[in-house]
Design a binder for this molecule. Structure first.
Ligand SMILES: C#C[C@@H]1N[C@@H](C)[C@@H](O)[C@H]1O
Length: 439
């Protein structure tokens, strides 16, 4: 392997308590909120086809008009406690909140810029209210931070001149100051979710970013930072020149998921997912496919089955309302989680051959094994293949553990579990299985 000054700072999965807690979350909530929620994907009657939080970059957008939107930011319906309760009822164990997105508008009263909520009609600290409310709900708080900052005069995507470099130095100091400020103001933060770190200018800052990461990790022991934060000596992000993960988990699964355990490279990972095709911030007019509750439950269970976390995005509107589609999804996912979360929380990959009916998960502490069924075979026979020395002794519905399901051994290490729901079911269901694993 190549000698690197700023490659992966640690190899293999972290095994400390904060990371074990992260690994066991299963379900998270992403919140994208900012001044982009005011136009909500439209400008002067024009429909913006891109992601609503990127509307400032639209060629038709007068930048000055966008940069003055904060003077209208006064979300009278904002209720941090209500958001936290909704997330808790959905079953989210952690939340990732945008402190500032690429437009640079800060939802906390940063002292390093005037472009913050303190100078909006709303005035109050939004991040502070959310951190307090989610902490009180028992939901761990992670802060999203965009390295890209279109508002800062020193920000550059590339460094083409000495002047660029000079101004970029100011931007780097500003970035470090804001991050230290965030961890100082909100010390219960469990981790940072970086975004907008793909610019060439930033990928040339291996030494600076490495030192910044170390400084931040010293501020909060156990702090969790993913692979989308810093470059290695050669500008590689996520994986360094030797192919080693740079960060505590892989942060590359945005609006997509691995299909096999091999796809995960044996790393921890999270999948962050939008409800429509590609809207993170509030867009008042979602076009195209809007994911259903069953689709999202399947992504959630699939993530757990492959040792990952699933993070569902919410984009509150300019008044601070959570839109009705997201409220309904949160309620329906929460209803399913209330009955079936045992198959998700604290669960991960079980190395049994994947079958068509759905996904296996196993609890890392107890070793208890679960089958979450999405596709009921017309035969009513659920095929289960177990490894060599394993014997399947019992299968039962998670919501009716007393009643054993009919087991049929059809070959060595292969069984049918005979089960068809008595009445049509429109939600996946969980079967618990008990085995003896001969030594
Ligand atoms: C591209 C891009 C950004 N990454 C997602 C997490 C959203 O913040 C989107 O704007």
């Amino acid at each position: 392997s190549v000698k690197l000054e700023h490659g992966a700072h640690r190899l293999g999965k972290r095994t400390d308590k904060p990371m074990q807690a992260w690994r066991n979350y299963g379900l998270g909530q992403f919140i994208h909120w900012g001044v982009y929620a005011i136009p909500g994907g439209h400008w002067e009657g024009q429909y913006y086809p891109g992601a609503a939080e990127w509307i400032r970059s639209w060629k038709g957008m007068p930048k000055d008009a966008y940069d003055n939107l904060y003077k209208q930011f006064n979300p009278k319906k904002f209720n941090a406690k209500a958001w936290a309760k909704q997330a808790g009822d959905m079953g989210a164990k952690y939340v990732i909140i945008t402190t500032k997105h690429h437009d640079g508008f800060c939802l906390w009263p940063s002292k390093y810029t005037d472009y913050t909520v303190a100078n909006s009609p709303y005035k109050k600290d939004i991040i502070g209210q959310l951190v307090e409310a989610y902490d009180a709900e028992g939901i761990d708080v992670y802060l999203y931070f965009s390295i890209i900052d279109w508002n800062h005069p020193g920000y550059r995507s590339t460094l083409k001149s000495e002047q660029d470099r000079k101004e970029y130095e100011e931007f780097k100091k500003f970035t470090r100051n804001q991050l230290v400020e965030l961890l100082t103001l909100y010390p219960s933060t469990k981790g940072l979710w970086f975004d907008g770190s793909w610019d060439k200018a930033w990928t040339e800052q291996a030494e600076f970013a490495d030192a910044l990461g170390k400084e931040l990790r010293e501020m909060i022991p156990g702090l969790i930072i993913g692979s989308r934060f810093r470059p290695d000596d050669n500008g590689n992000r996520h994986f360094d020149t030797n192919g080693d993960l740079i960060g505590d988990y892989e942060q590359g699964w945005e609006r997509k998921m691995p299909n096999t355990i091999e796809d995960t490279n044996g790393n921890d990972w999270d999948c962050v997912m939008t409800v429509p095709e590609n809207q993170w911030g509030y867009h008042s007019d979602w076009k195209g496919h809007v994911k259903t509750t069953n689709e999202l439950i399947e992504m959630l269970v699939k993530a757990a089955s492959l040792d990952g976390n699933f993070v569902l995005n919410f984009g509150p509107d300019g008044q601070g309302n959570i839109r009705s589609e997201e409220t309904r999804l949160a309620a329906e996912i929460g209803e399913w989680m209330k009955e079936n979360n045992e198959a998700v929380y604290g669960c991960g990959y079980l190395d049994w051959e994947k079958q068509d009916w759905g996904y296996y998960t196993v609890n890392r502490e107890t070793g208890k094994k679960y089958m979450t069924v999405f596709n009921i075979p017309v035969s009513g026979a659920l095929r289960v293949k177990v490894p060599g020395k394993t014997k399947l002794n019992k299968a039962y519905l998670l919501n009716d553990p007393g009643a054993s399901l009919e087991l049929e051994e059809i070959h060595r290490n292969e069984y049918f579990i005979h089960y068809k729901p008595a009445s049509a079911t429109d939600r996946p269901f969980v079967i618990g299985v008990e085995t003896t694993d001969a030594k």
